[in-house]
Design a protein around this ligand. Structure first.
Ligand code: ADP
Ligand code: MG
Length: 405
């Protein structure tokens, strides 16, 4: 079983053919609806350019945010269409619907080398339905956009771990190929998943504690050290008996964390100090505190400077590093130092120790750019968080498996 690739499709020839592409344009937006980090748009360009250069009539599908199956202008792909037009140097039309009349008319009207983006696929509840028949009906409509002799290119690495209509079901309805981004991601992540050079250090943070506990379980067998910071660490600290006050906490996971601490105490590395703030806002009073000294009613939005030092020492010995999840609320400058410090320690380990370093996750990758760190300092920056984690855990990615011939 091997992946059918974009190159296979280009070799067959795409001139004049409709090619449906699933991209990952789930970019962060600020309150004004502006894109704060275009990394995922940039990462989609090689596949789109190759198809357009080959004379394909390109139709792109993507999602943005969580509109929960309803049309919601707040999650329109309009800002993406604009940014993509600029990045490609070519007009990208945006259909007013996903698989409706406007999308079909515009798709039919495309000429060679033109590109159309249809609206947010998650405006349609069938996209993420658990019911295969419902997803299938939506996938039929998506496939119909590519009409006769069409093809499907899966390039949204950030979503290939989901069996969703525009990712998975549609691939069963058209000749399907892995895009350039999916190809690169898999070949880079394979280096970490299959035979990571030791010591192998994993850094986990971010906000989705329950999502990531399974990862800790799976990676604790493979990694030599698991560093835990970000919104994840407070449930562990609570499990150790600390009062984390109003910090992010998943109470129902405390027992699971106790169990993980008991079984993997030699591998888990937790913060030794914290930043504490009176509230989650940029101008809130804040100070560095010991683990047991978060003032009453305060919360911790970042790890402290001693924690950064301890984490950096562990990272300095690593030959393979995988990092997912910011160490703090890096979106607010006052709470960004933990993330910046750990990211810099990974960059240093890459340069000085020859470590192979991978950053995975939408917000983690965005933090590198937003904090002004050197992207080139990492061996690979993955566009996928959940997808890269599931791949490293050894799980099959349905959106990739479906592309194997
Ligand atoms: P990724 O997208 O890289 O997989 P996540 O989505 O899991 O990462 O988590 C990113 C989010 O975690 C960021 O928006 C960040 O503000 C948040 N976060 C990090 N540390 C904390 C914290 N201490 N308290 C609350 N939120 C946090
Ligand atoms: Mg995220």
């Amino acid at each position: 079983m091997s992946l059918k690739t974009l190159q296979d499709l280009l070799d067959e020839g795409v001139d004049g053919r409709h090619v449906l592409v699933r991209s990952d344009f789930n970019v962060p937006l600020n309150d004004a609806g502006e894109i704060t980090d275009p990394g995922r748009i940039t990462a989609s360009l090689p596949t789109l350019k190759a198809l357009l250069d080959g004379g394909a009539k390109v139709i792109v599908t993507a999602h943005l945010g969580r509109p929960k199956g309803e049309v919601n202008p707040r999650f329109s792909l309009a800002p993406v269409a604009e940014a993509l037009s600029e990045a490609l140097g070519q007009y990208v039309a945006l259909a007013a619907d996903v698989t409706g009349e406007d999308a079909h008319e515009r798709a039919n009207g495309l000429t060679e080398g033109e590109i159309l983006l249809v609206e947010n696929v998650r405006f349609d509840a069938r996209e993420t339905s658990k019911d295969e028949a419902e997803r299938g009906a939506f996938a039929d409509e998506l496939a119909a956009l590519a009409a006769d002799n069409g093809a499907f290119v899966s390039d949204g690495f950030g979503v290939v771990h989901r069996a969703q209509a525009s990712v998975y079901d549609v691939a069963k309805r058209l000749p399907a190929y892995a895009g350039a981004l999916v190809g690169t991601e898999i070949s880079e992540l394979k280096k970490v998943a299959e035979a990571p050079e030791k010591p192998y250090v994993v850094v986990l943070g971010g906000s989705k504690v329950s999502d990531k506990l399974g990862v800790i379980e799976a990676l604790s067998g493979k990694a030599d050290k698991l560093i835990i910071g970000g919104g994840m660490c407070y449930t562990f600290l609570a499990a150790q008996g600390y009062n984390v006050q109003k910090s992010l906490l998943q109470e129902e996971m405390i027992d699971t964390c106790k169990d993980l601490l008991a079984r993997h105490s030699d591998k888990l590395v937790l913060p030794v100090d914290l930043l504490a703030a009176a509230e989650f806002s940029a101008d809130a009073e804040n100070k560095v505190v010991a683990l047991d000294s978060i003032p009453e009613g305060w919360l911790s939005p970042d790890i402290g400077p001693k924690s950064v030092e301890v984490f950096a020492e562990v990272l300095a010995t690593a030959k393979t590093i995988f990092w997912n999840g910011p160490m703090g609320v890096f979106e607010i400058e006052a709470f960004s130092q933990g993330t910046a410090g750990v990211a810099q320690a990974i960059i240093d380990a890459t340069a000085k120790n020859g470590a192979f370093s991978v950053v995975g996750g939408g917000d983690s990758a965005a933090s590198v750019r937003v904090l002004g760190l050197d992207e080139e300092g990492f061996s690979h920056i993955s566009t996928g968080g959940g997808a890269s984690l599931e791949y490293l855990e050894g799980k099959e990615l349905p959106g990739v498996a479906v592309l194997s011939a």
